[in-house]
Write a protein that binds this ligand. Structure first.
Ligand SMILES: Nc1ncnc2c1ncn2[C@@H]1O[C@H](COP(=O)(O)OP(=O)(O)O)[C@@H](O)[C@H]1O
Ligand SMILES: [Mg+2]
Length: 220
C-alpha cells in the first residue's frame, strides 16, 4: 500500500480574475522505504504538489489517499491530526527555535500533547543522527549540517510514515549535503518511511529510488 497517493490531482489558484492551473491532473504515489525526488523549473508546481502530499492544501479536483484512506473530503481538524501523526517536514532553513536546545527542539512537536513524554525518543533520535554529544547545544552553537540533522530528528519524533523535505540541502555545502543524504538513506531503510524531497541539487539523483520531473503542472 502507498503511504501517500494522489489521483488525477488538479490545483487551481484564483488570482483576481485569472485562474492559475498549477497542477493539471497529477498521479503520484510514494511507498514505505522509498526515497523520491521532485525536480522541475521554478513555477512548475513543485511546492503546490508538496503541499498536497503534506495535506497542507486540498486539490481542486482529484483525490488524496493517506495509508489507503481517501482523505480528500476530511475536515481541517481531522487533516491536522493526520498530518501530525503521519507526516514530518524538513525545510531549507531548518526552522529551529534559537532559544531552545537541540533536544528541546526535537521534543517541541509533542509539547502540547498531554501525558506524552518524548524526551527519551528525542535523545535517541539525536544520537542516531550523530548528535549525542550536542543535546544541550542551541542552534547558534551548531553548524548548518548539524542544524539540519536536528531538524531531521524533530521531523521523526511522531514516527511519521512520510518525510517531506523542501530543498533540504539548499543552505549546505556539497560534503554536508552528502551527509544529509546518507542520513535520509539510513532513515528510509531503518524507519521504513517514504521520503519525498523537492530539490535543485543534482546529487540527489545519486541517492533516490525515483526522480519525478514536473514541467508546467504536468509530470513528465
Ligand atoms: N497561492 C498562490 N496563489 C496564486 N498562484 C499561485 C499560488 N501558489 C503558487 N501559485 C502559482 O502556481 C504555479 C506553481 O507554483 P509553485 O508550486 O510554487 O511552483 P514551484 O514550487 O515549482 O516553483 C506558479 O505559476 C505560481 O505562480
Ligand atoms: Mg517552490
Amino acid at each position: 500500500m502507498s503511504a501517500i497517493e494522489l489521483h488525477n490531482a488538479v490545483k487551481e489558484y484564483q488570482n483576481g480574475d485569472e485562474v492559475i492551473r498549477a497542477l493539471k491532473g497529477v498521479d503520484f504515489s510514494a511507498g514505505p522505504g522509498e526515497m523520491l525526488v521532485i525536480i522541475g523549473p521554478s513555477g512548475s508546481g513543485k511546492s503546490t504538489l508538496l503541499n498536497l502530499i503534506g495535506l497542507l492544501d486540498k486539490p481542486t479536483e482529484g483525490t488524496v489517499s493517506l495509508n489507503g484512506d481517501d482523505v480528500t473530503g476530511w475536515s481541517e481538524g481531522k487533516l491536522t491530526k493526520a498530518r501530525k501523526s503521519s507526516i514530518g517536514f524538513v525545510f531549507q532553513d531548518f526552522h529551529l527555535l534559537p532559544m531552545l536546545t537541540a533536544v528541546e527542539n526535537v521534543e517541541l512537536p509533542t509539547m502540547w500533547d498531554p501525558g506524552v513524554d518524548r524526551h527519551d525518543r528525542a535523545v535517541d533520535l539525536l544520537k542516531r543522527v550523530g548528535l549525542g554529544d550536542r543535546l544541550d547545544h542551541t542552534p547558534d552553537q551548531l553548524s548548518g549540517g548539524q542544524r539540519q540533522r536536528v531538524a531531521i530528528a524533530r521531523s521523526l519524533i511522531n514516527e511519521p510514515d512520510i518525510l517531506l523535505a523542501d530543498e533540504p540541502t539548499g543552505n549546505l555545502d556539497q560534503d554536508t549535503a552528502r551527509d544529509i543524504l546518507d542520513e535520509f538513506t539510513r532513515i528510509k531503510d531503518d524507519e521504513d518511511v517514504a521520503i519525498v524531497a523537492v530539490t535543485h541539487d543534482q546529487i540527489f539523483t545519486e541517492y533516490t529510488d525515483r526522480t519525478i520531473e514536473i514541467v508546467d503542472g504536468v509530470i513528465q
